[in-house]
Design a protein around this ligand. Structure first.
Ligand SMILES: [Zn+2]
Length: 485
């Protein structure tokens, strides 16, 4: 885990210049901006693009989408923008413990930040780059005002990048972001063309972003900068927007409305030289809203988002637990993560087994909790190994096997090798269990598989599976890990 200082609070940098420094004036200004931002019938927002100029310029446009977050709560807000103050390559995280604004402090999620750093060596802790940059901070008072204030922050500033960095950052965020997270991308649009030119260029920019046409967007930005008088950039957060486009393609978030104005629309604004402001919102896709729809008919398979949620949960749990002994609580929204299911957590280090413990028969505990508890058990209670320590975690990769609810099978010949795990029970008492992968790893026949289960695992006669008092229950496992995400 990357070293974090953990104690310092980043003081406000932009207060008093980009937005009011005293709490009352800031509160009154945001009330005014939000009162002019009527709520839409939006689904739960997952990602936004918002401008970052002084609130008197771009605040009204930003409020149009921030206003859609009323009453929502998120566990984490990822802030993503392009650095405006410091020059560095890759992307910068902040190892401060919290950010402060006139509304108070918001804690940094240091676990998520460390995970970003762990996944991608070009994403580094660079507090100096974050300290004097307004781009991300300007979004924070809006969020503090409109959201349930318990969220944690993950600020990411992009520096000099290339295609690879952008692709990797999108992949890492894809794995990390869950349904409890919000992504806020901070960017202004055209810088300094005349009013009419800005309107034309920026409307096209927004349409290309809405169409997730990254290639078209890059071509349009380059052409505008070359051909439009006074146009220095079509979007100062272009790299962050590229990351967003790739993420939306992976996540399937649904695009909503977008809003536009530029500094020439402000009373007294100079129309000869303007900056453009666009705000956009993407929401949870229709199909993901299956908490209700699936109640009667749980699907066995977890989707990618649910798998990534459990992997992130297991890693965060271990980082916290091995460092402090504290067991984290989580509140996933997805119905499937709350079903009573069995699960295994397996740790590998340099390709070698480092611990594996599981709960096969559902105890009634929700799946997320089973994964959390098995992660801790696999790291600290597998008696074949010394308990893992927090420093080792960086070298350890996690694999999770989520099990279906076991079903009795009438005839042992119905067992499918490699797909079915089997529990052998006598008079209702479990004697032993094999996971589905045992058959693949050993190459046993069905008779050998069941014979070993009876003899080696249960300590019963080798042909116990033919006994009338013995029942066999089968289950399937969905196996996924950090290595193959
Ligand atoms: Zn900017």
């Amino acid at each position: 885990m990357a070293k974090t200082n953990g104690q310092s609070v980043r003081p406000p940098f932009a207060a008093g210049t980009f937005y009011p420094a005293d709490k009352e004036s800031l509160d009154a200004l945001l009330d005014k901006l939000f009162s002019a931002a009527p709520p839409l019938a939006a689904k739960r927002a997952r990602a936004l693009i918002v401008p970052h100029a002084g609130y008197e310029y771009s605040g009204a446009v930003a409020a149009r989408v921030f206003g859609q977050l009323r009453g929502q709560s998120y566990r984490r807000v990822f802030l993503l923008g392009s650095a405006h103050a410091a020059y560095f390559s890759g992307a910068a995280l902040d190892d401060s413990s919290a950010w402060k604004t006139p509304f108070g402090q918001v804690n940094i999620d240091q676990i998520a930040s460390a995970e970003l750093n762990r996944q991608d060596k070009e994403v580094v802790f660079l507090r100096s780059a974050q300290a004097a940059d307004h781009v991300l901070e300007n979004q924070l008072p809006f969020l503090q005002k409109i959201l349930d204030p318990t969220f944690q922050l993950v600020p990411i500033l992009i520096g000099q990048t290339d295609e690879k960095t952008i692709g990797r950052l999108a992949d890492t965020l894809d794995a990390l972001l869950t349904g409890d997270d919000l992504l806020v991308v901070s960017s202004d649009l055209s810088h300094y063309p005349a009013y009419e030119d800005a309107n034309q260029v920026d409307q096209r920019t927004l349409a290309l972003i809405a169409a997730l046409d990254e290639e078209g967007l890059l071509a349009h930005a380059a052409a505008s900068e070359e051909k439009i008088a006074q146009e220095e950039t079509a979007a100062c957060g272009l790299a962050a927007i590229q990351v967003l486009i790739r993420l939306i393609q992976k996540k399937g978030w649904q695009s909503g409305k977008y809003f536009y104005a530029n500094s020439g629309d402000i009373a007294g604004g100079d129309r000869g030289r303007v900056v453009g402001y666009g705000a956009m919102l993407w929401a949870e896709p229709e199909k993901a809203d299956y908490t209700e729809a699936e109640k009667g008919q749980p699907r066995a398979e977890l989707n990618d988002e649910e798998k990534n949620y459990l992997l992130a949960l297991a890693r965060q749990t271990l980082e916290k637990y091995l460092a402090s002994g504290e067991v984290m609580e989580f509140a996933p929204e997805r119905a499937k993560l709350k079903e009573p299911r069995g699960a295994f957590v397996t740790l590998h280090e340099d390709g070698r087994l480092r611990g594996c413990i599981g709960q096969i028969i559902p105890t009634g505990a929700p799946l997320w909790q089973v994964v959390r508890d098995m992660a801790i058990a696999a790291a600290t209670e597998d008696n074949r190994f010394e308990p893992a320590d927090v420093g080792e975690l960086k070298k350890i990769d996690l694999e999770i096997s989520v099990l279906s609810v076991p079903q009795a099978i009438a005839d042992w010949r119905g067992i499918e090798l490699g797909r079915h795990g089997v529990i052998v029970k006598k008079n209702g008492w479990p004697g032993g269990v094999f996971l589905p992968q045992v058959a693949q790893e050993t190459g046993w026949t069905r008779e050998e598989f069941l014979g070993e289960l009876c003899e080696q695992k249960a300590g019963w006669p080798r042909d116990c599976y033919r006994d009338k008092n013995v029942t066999l229950e089968v289950f399937t496992a969905q196996v996924f890990g950090e290595k193959n995400q």
